[in-house]
Design a protein around this ligand. Structure first.
Ligand code: NAD
Length: 252
C-alpha cells in the first residue's frame, strides 16, 4: 500500500475533510472522550426546535458556550500541517465539521465550515420553523452574548428585531447550510486527494464528502485513531494521532 507521505507528495489538489479528532490534541474533547462536554450536556436536548421553544434550553446552551470558551485552545501540528500545504499551493480547501475556528487560527484561508462556527451568533427570527433560521441578518461575535449575560440578561434577544439569538452553529434538527454544502461538494469533486482527519465518518450527510471525491476519481486517505466505516474504500488508512501523523507526513 502507498504510504501517506507519498500520496501527499503526488497530489496537487488536496482537499482535507476534518472532524472533532483533529482538535483533541488542542484540548477540545470529541463527542466520545470521557469528561467531554457532551458527557455533561445531553445533545438530544439541544435540537433546533427545542432551542426555539424553550428559554430554559437557550440558557443551558449559553452556559455550555461559556464553558467551551473558558479555555482558549491553540491549533496543533495537524492544523498547522494543513495550513502549510495550502501555503505551498497544494491544498485547495479544508472542509470541516468543526465549529472551533482552529483551522483559521493556524493560517488556513479556504475553510468551509459545514456545521457553522461557535465564534459567532446570529438572529434566527421570532419563531423559525422546519429547522431553518429566519433571522433579520444580525450577526456578532459570541462575546456579544457573553457581555449581555454579564449585564444580567439570561436570554439575549436581537437588538434589531427582537428575534431569538443562537450560536451560528448547525444544531441537531437544523438544515445544513446550502452554500457551504454546495462548496464542499464542488471541492470534493475537483480534488485529486481527499484526506480525512479525525472524523468517525458516521455523521451524514457530511460523511458523503469523502465518497463523492472517491466517485469523482480522487484518491482517499484516512487518518483517525479508530477504524471508520469508510476504511475499506480508502487508498491509505493510518490509525493514530493526527498531530503526530500529519506533522511527520507534511515536511515542507
Ligand atoms: P466524532 O467525535 O464522531 O469522531 C471523532 C473521531 O476522531 C473518532 O473516531 C476518534 O477516534 C478520532 N480521534 C480523536 N482524537 C484523535 C486524534 N488526536 N487523532 C486522530 N483521530 C482522533 O467527531 P466527528 O466525526 O467530527 O463528528 C461529530 C460532530 O461533532 C461533528 O458534527 C462536529 O461538528 C462536532 N464536534 C465538533 C468539535 C469541534 O469543533 N472541535 C468538538 C466536538 C464535536
Amino acid at each position: 500500500m502507498t504510504d501517506l507521505a507519498e500520496l501527499l507528495q503526488a497530489a496537487d489538489r488536496i482537499v482535507a475533510f476534518t472532524g472533532a479528532g483533529i482538535s483533541t490534541e488542542s484540548g477540545i474533547p470529541d463527542f466520545r472522550s470521557p469528561g467531554g462536554v457532551w458527557t455533561r450536556y445531553d445533545p438530544r436536548e439541544f435540537t433546533f426546535d427545542r432551542y426555539v421553544e424553550s428559554a430554559d434550553v437557550r440558557r443551558k446552551s449559553w452556559a455550555m458556550r461559556e464553558e467551551l470558551f473558558a479555555h482558549r485552545p491553540a491549533p496543533n501540528a495537524a492544523h498547522r500541517a494543513l495550513a502549510r500545504l495550502e501555503e505551498a499551493g497544494r491544498l485547495s480547501a479544508v472542509v470541516t465539521q468543526n465549529i472551533d475556528g482552529l483551522h483559521q487560527d493556524a493560517g488556513s484561508r479556504t475553510v468551509i465550515e459545514i456545521h457553522g462556527t461557535m465564534r459567532e451568533v446570529e438572529c434566527i427570527g421570532l419563531r423559525p420553523a422546519y429547522g431553518t433560521p429566519d433571522g433579520c441578518g444580525f450577526r456578532q461575535g459570541t462575546e456579544w452574548v457573553f457581555a449581555r449575560l454579564a449585564a444580567g440578561e439570561d436570554d439575549p434577544r436581537c437588538p434589531e428585531c427582537g428575534g431569538i439569538i443562537k450560536s451560528a452553529t448547525i444544531s441537531f434538527g437544523q438544515m445544513m447550510p446550502a452554500q457551504a454544502m454546495d462548496d464542499a461538494v464542488q471541492q470534493a469533486q475537483d480534488a485529486d486527494l481527499l484526506l480525512t482527519i479525525g472524523s468517525s465518518l458516521q455523521v451524514y450527510p457530511a460523511a458523503d464528502i469523502p465518497l463523492i471525491a472517491k466517485d469523482a476519481g480522487a484518491r482517499l486517505a484516512i487518518v483517525n485513531r479508530e477504524p471508520t466505516p469508510l476504511d475499506g474504500f480508502a487508498d491509505v488508512v493510518v490509525h493514530g494521532s493526527a498531530g503526530e501523523i500529519l506533522g511527520a507526513a507534511v515536511v515542507s
